[in-house]
Design a protein around this ligand. Structure first.
Ligand code: AHR
Length: 522
């Protein structure tokens, strides 16, 4: 059988973690390494700078050194009950093991992201706005609690994975800036997970859920939309969603000073006060912040003075536009316009926190492990591995060996994740296309971003069994349990042992559905 032509392309480099803390002159002293909890949280630093947090959201760590309460709440599918996930110790990291055990054998969604500031500005499933969400009553979807695993200072944690249709909101806040009042905010995003849909935002928005006109929001945006504004390169960009406009600088449209940024962990900052605002950003694993814009309000009508309304949104636009995608780990909003020095100290705290991608082992079916899956059918295919195409989004097998190209090796490498629809099973994320998962559709296998639907979670969940041939492992579809991941004519499917599709052929079915779990090729 002729193999499809592979189109090779460059992969994205992930940047290494840093441990050194550099501090702004005369402000604060922070001494931390990636192996220790910080002695100050970002919100302690903002408070010391005179611009205290009025909202502090994180599913990974406490944002105050003294915080010892819940970080977020999960709800499991099996019985609809909820559980608060707290910190391992005051000022420390999320108790991810509590989520793992509560959600074992079922799936969980994040229902509440608690506000650590004491202001009660918690985030919950966004209600219908001008635009409806995909859930009941036009609400947005809550995020799957397992889709954004991460390690912080060696501690397992989970971020908030926003697929299109996912969104959080609080329209009745306390202490958030309104009108032209000054505020600041930062968020840590996954710089490799984004799209061009409107609008992956975190920050200040309309309390009405509607587009109430220019200047009625002030939120961080991350993505590669060019619908309103954009910066240099091809994106993605950190921009300010000021309503009816994603601004990359003083102009509507293009501003050269706003660079494309795609760090695996990205610090994004925005602040705004009377006729001044700034966008800043940097690598959340190391180094300092850069200022992408700092100056007067946009030279377009309606943005000076601002008319901020003080709701908080995450993952959506002000009018509940919910076509966007991204991943959020932590973020805060302040009262007052933080100084650059305060923000620099916050960035030092962030880089010292020790965010890493969470891949810990290799060659095993343990979540976090990097693996390759080797076909076992002789004589055709024993040098072949399950891989995604580069020319399209199909999944196939092809020969991969030590002299294969780096891209071929990476295409054949998967990161094992807890099953999105059942944590006793598994989901496979592409190693070189972060945020894209192996899923079946019409019984064929594809690489795909989460669509936000429950069907996607099921289509991307496979339960490992003893190999159907007695060799290796087989991977049973969670929603079609008679079907297993199979190669057939060098293309990958889910297939039954006999059935209506050509790839359900009983010939070689047992061998074609049995795989050796190997060390990662890439
Ligand atoms: O400003 C960009 C978007 O425009 C806002 O997020 C949304 O409310 C409107 O559609």
């Amino acid at each position: 059988m002729k193999k499809p032509p592979w189109i090779r392309r460059a992969g994205r480099a992930l940047l290494g973690a840093g441990t050194t803390v550099v501090l702004a002159a005369g402000l604060l002293t922070v001494a931390a390494t990636t192996s220790q909890a910080a002695t100050q949280g970002p919100c302690d630093i903002y408070a010391a700078g005179g611009t205290p947090c009025v909202a502090a959201h994180s599913t990974t760590r406490a944002l105050y050194a003294a915080y010892n309460g819940p970080l977020y709440q999960v709800r499991r599918a099996s019985d609809g009950t909820t559980k608060d996930i707290g910190v391992l110790s005051a000022g420390g990291y999320a108790d991810a093991a509590a989520q793992d055990s509560f959600c074992a054998g079922t799936s969980c969604v994040i229902t509440v992201i608690y506000d650590e500031s004491g202001k009660g500005n918690h985030l919950a499933q966004a209600p219908r706005g001008h635009f409806p969400g995909p859930a009941a009553d036009g609400n947005d979807n809550p995020a799957n609690a397992f889709e954004a695993p991460v390690t912080v200072a060696g501690h397992k944690a989970y971020g908030v994975y926003v697929a299109p249709g996912t969104g959080y909101r609080n329209n009745k806040t306390n202490g958030i800036a309104t009108g032209d009042q000054p505020e600041g905010m930062y968020a840590i995003f996954d710089g490799t997970h984004f799209n061009g849909g409107c609008c992956f935002d975190y920050g200040n928005a309309e309390t009405t859920g509607n587009d109430d006109g220019n200047g009625t929001m002030e939120a961080l945006y991350f993505g590669d939309s060019k619908g309103w504004g954009w910066g240099s390169g091809n994106g993605p960009w950190v921009m300010a969603d000021l309503e009816n406009g994603l601004f990359s600088g003083v102009n509507r449209g293009f501003n050269a000073g706003d660079p494309s940024v795609n760090n695996r962990f990205l610090t994004a900052m925005l602040k705004g006060g009377p006729n001044q605002w700034a966008i800043r950003g940097g690598d959340a694993q190391s180094g300092s912040l850069s200022t992408y814009y700092s100056g007067v309000r946009p030279n377009a009508p309606g943005y000076n003075p601002m008319k901020k309304q003080g709701a908080i949104i995450l993952g959506i636009g002000g009018d509940n536009s919910n076509a966007s995608a991204g991943t959020f780990y932590e973020g805060v909003m302040t009262s007052g316009y933080p100084s650059d020095a305060t923000e620099n100290a916050v960035q030092a705290n962030i880089t010292a926190a020790g965010y890493t991608s969470g891949s810990t082992s290799t060659g095993t079916l343990t979540p976090g492990s990097r693996i390759s899956l080797q076909a076992t059918t002789a004589p055709c295919c024993t040098s072949h591995y399950l891989r995604h195409n580069d020319a399209d989004d199909k999944v196939v097998i092809s020969a991969v060996n030590s002299s294969s190209s780096a891209i071929d090796k990476a295409d054949a490498t998967w990161i094992v994740r807890a099953g999105l629809a059942n944590t006793s099973c598994l989901t496979f994320e592409s190693a070189n296309k972060p945020g894209q998962f192996l899923r079946h559709f019409n019984y064929e296998l594809y690489l795909s971003f989460d669509t936000g639907s429950g069907t996607f979670a099921q289509d991307a969940t496979f339960c490992p069994t003893t190999g159907n041939s007695g060799v290796g492992r087989s991977f049973q579809s969670v929603n079609y349990p008679t079907k297993y991941i199979r190669h057939y004519n060098f293309t990958a499917y889910i297939a039954g042992n006999g059935g209506s599709n050509s790839w359900d052929s009983s010939t070689s079915w047992a061998a074609d559905t049995s795989w050796l779990v190997d060390q990662p090729r890439g």
